[in-house]
Design a protein around this ligand. Sequence first.
Ligand SMILES: NC(=O)c1ccc[n+]([C@@H]2O[C@H](COP(=O)([O-])OP(=O)(O)OC[C@H]3O[C@@H](n4cnc5c(N)ncnc54)[C@H](OP(=O)(O)O)[C@@H]3O)[C@@H](O)[C@H]2O)c1
Length: 285
Amino acid sequence: MDSNNKTVVLTGSTGAIGTELAKLLAQGGYNLVLINRSQKKSAAQVAQLRELFPEQRFDGLIADLMDTDQIKDLISKIVLTYSQIDALYNVSGLLTDRRIISPQGVEGHFALNTLAPYMLIQGLRSQLSAGASDGNQSVIVNFSSSAINAVKEIDVTQLRNPDKIGGLMDAYAKSKLAVTAVTCLLKDDLMEENILIYSVDPGATKSSMTKESTGMPPLLRLLAPLLFKSPDRQAMKIIKGMEAAVTDGKSGLFITNGRRKPNPHLALDKAFQSDLKALLQDLSR
Ligand SMILES: NC(=O)c1ccc[n+]([C@@H]2O[C@H](COP(=O)([O-])OP(=O)(O)OC[C@H]3O[C@@H](n4cnc5c(N)ncnc54)[C@H](OP(=O)(O)O)[C@@H]3O)[C@@H](O)[C@H]2O)c1
């Protein structure tokens, strides 16, 4: 993607991987719309990027992406300001063993990890489509996880208010499987508008999610400082993996550690996709 006067929307840009992605994208010449929930962290990041890259535009927008009312306001603001968007990175994520419920009564993992990306994709679709003019393709990146490999079955009716939250990152893994299914179910429609969409698993990465969160099984939390990679290294792999996929023009791919892997069969299941789409449409209203 040629960065000349192009704009990327990035959620969770003050997190570990988001911070590194924002730096790499800024170095690549992109203008950035950075969406975060902390005004203080966002202001510091925007000030630093403006100082380092004075020719580019950096806007920090504040929203709790677990709250669909705030997502709707956020989309209205972005749409008013930007007629064209070239990429959307849905990075924000939640991993916890606590039951958190959104203001609209949706379980936190599903609200932040699945519903927010879906709403942003649909809400910014016209702008992404406009970004895809002149033979270029726009790009959407949904953040998935290898935790989805532990999901052996998934029931759409459980996503909104699951019986189980913790264990083997149960609700987290299912919300990530669901956002992976969102990539698969939207890819053909988006392709008609020259928008490519991918699921990315950044790989085991040192971050507050893997260091402080009690959502990770204890053994994994113990091993994380030894085995998990630094976010700058993982962010570089994500960008390289994305660039290669975009150059090939293939959409709907699952990319892990910069390499392509088959999508999990549950994410490709048409009945699941159809029920999930109906639920997401309902919750987006
Ligand atoms: N680290 C790993 O090993 C790993 C592996 C697989 C997938 N992933 C995925 O990669 C993505 C980035 O994770 P990370 O490791 O960089 O974790 P992180 O450092 O904890 O970053 C998570 C980001 O999400 C934001 N966030 C949390 N709740 C939010 C809310 N209600 N509204 C808006 N933003 C919210 C956080 O904001 P604050 O800065 O305000 O906290 C932070 O920017 C996530 O989607 C994660 O699931 C990570």
